[in-house]
Design a protein around this ligand. Structure first.
Ligand SMILES: [Zn+2]
Length: 83
């Protein structure tokens, strides 16, 4: 592979990665919240925006549906309504 081919390969690779990022991102153990601004997370049940200031919990109650949601089930992006 010469450098041009590598560049092309990288371009295709990043495009395919971008495709994956269309999926809803989930909270994981690397997710951090700002101490001052907090972080918005979205309930997988009702899509309510809940603000958290830390992730020192394994599950919290959603302010919208009052359901206990496991940390890794929370979405980092608002889920678009599916029809
Ligand atoms: Zn909810």
């Amino acid at each position: 592979m010469n450098s041009e081919e590598i560049k092309e390969f990288r371009k295709v690779w990043s495009n395919s990665n971008r495709f994956d990022s269309n999926e809803i991102l989930k909270v994981n153990k690397h997710t951090r919240a700002s101490k001052y601004n907090g972080k918005s997370i979205f309930c997988p049940n009702c899509n309510t925006n809940n603000k958290v200031y830390h992730f020192c919990w394994s599950a919290i109650t959603c302010g919208g549906c009052k359901d206990m949601i496991e940390k890794t089930d929370w979405n980092l992006q608002e889920q678009l309504k599916q029809k």
